[in-house]
Structures are given as structure tokens and as C-alpha cells.
Ligand binder design. Structure first.
Ligand code: NI
Length: 172
């Protein structure tokens, strides 16, 4: 496994629409392992492939990380097939949007179809953190960041802050 650098906003690559995985090959499993490594290295709970520059519809999520107990779950070609009318608000952050957290409202419960690491079709009914996390990561596959869900004013402030932080980093 190799930890790869995570792309941070603003960056046009994060706006790319990722494409479906045709077949779950060893190459895809390698990608999944690299994604998990990159996610743990950055202390994250979820990662989309585009965040390490690969425009494929692959996510990795691990919501119950305990010391020495890692269980990264890959979601390949994930698709929401049902969403509740009931909404839920969680404070979100993102490895590609460093140092910014804000409340985002999304459907409280979803049903999601995806392929597992062996290419088998799976269905998960998610609520709570997993529902939010899956929707946040699936947004990445469509080039959408959580700050895109904020008011125009808040989003503008976030982009300004990110641009400034990036410039400081470049000149450091
Ligand atoms: Ni994210």
C-alpha cells in the first residue's frame, strides 16, 4: 500500500465527474488499498478516488477506527437508490477542504447500491454518520464539495480562506 498526496481545494481536478469502474480488477483493489492508506495517513474517515487524482467512482469509508483495528470499506460505483424525506444536519469537514467545518443538511437515511472489493453487488441502508459520509463522498464523484452546499456568502469565505492558505504554503 502507498499513501498518496491528497488534492486540496481550490483545484479544478476536484470538479471532475468520475467515471464508473467497468470491472473490479487487481488494479482497482490496489487503488482501494492506496486510498485507505492515504485516508489513514491524513486521519480521515472517508475518501473518494478523485481526492488522490483518480477520476473513478470509488470510495473508501471507515467510521469505526480504533487503535490497530482498521476496517476500510470500499464502495465501487455507489448509487443512491432511495433517500428519506427526513433530513439531518451534521457538521462536515473534508481532507480536500482543510481547516473548514460547517453544517450541511442532507437526507437522514439512504439506500445505496455498490460493488464490493470482489465486484459483487451490495446494498446498504444507511443512517446517521454513514448516510452523511456516503453522500459527502458520492458528491466528490460528481465534482461537488461540501462547501458547495453552503450559502453563497459562506462558500465565498471558505474559498478565500483556502486560496490564501494555498498561497502561503506555496511561498513557504
Ligand atoms: Ni470530502
Amino acid at each position: 500500500m502507498t499513501s498518496r498526496p491528497i488534492i486540496t481545494a481550490p483545484d479544478p481536478r476536484l470538479q471532475a465527474v468520475s467515471t464508473d469502474v467497468e470491472t473490479v480488477t487487481d488494479e482497482i483493489r490496489q487503488l482501494v488499498d492506496d486510498m485507505a492508506d492515504s485516508m489513514y495517513a491524513a486521519d480521515g474517515i472517508g475518501l473518494a478516488a478523485i481526492q488522490i487524482g483518480v477520476a473513478k467512482r470509488v470510495l473508501v469509508i471507515d467510521l469505526d477506527q480504533k487503535e490497530g483495528n482498521k476496517n476500510p470499506v470500499p464502495y465501487i460505483n455507489p448509487k443512491i437508490v432511495w433517500a428519506s424525506e427526513e433530513m439531518a444536519v451534521f457538521e462536515e469537514g473534508c481532507l480536500s477542504v482543510p481547516e473548514i467545518w460547517d453544517d450541511v443538511e442532507r437526507p437522514a437515511r439512504i439506500k445505496c447500491e455498490y460493488l464490493d472489493r470482489d465486484g459483487n453487488k451490495q446494498v446498504v441502508e444507511a443512517d446517521g454518520m454513514l448516510a452523511t459520509c456516503l453522500q459527502h463522498e458520492m458528491d466528490h464523484l460528481n465534482g461537488v464539495l461540501f462547501i458547495d452546499h453552503l450559502s453563497r456568502l459562506k462558500r465565498g469565505m471558505a474559498i478565500k480562506k483556502l486560496t490564501k492558505a494555498k498561497k502561503l504554503k506555496e511561498t513557504a
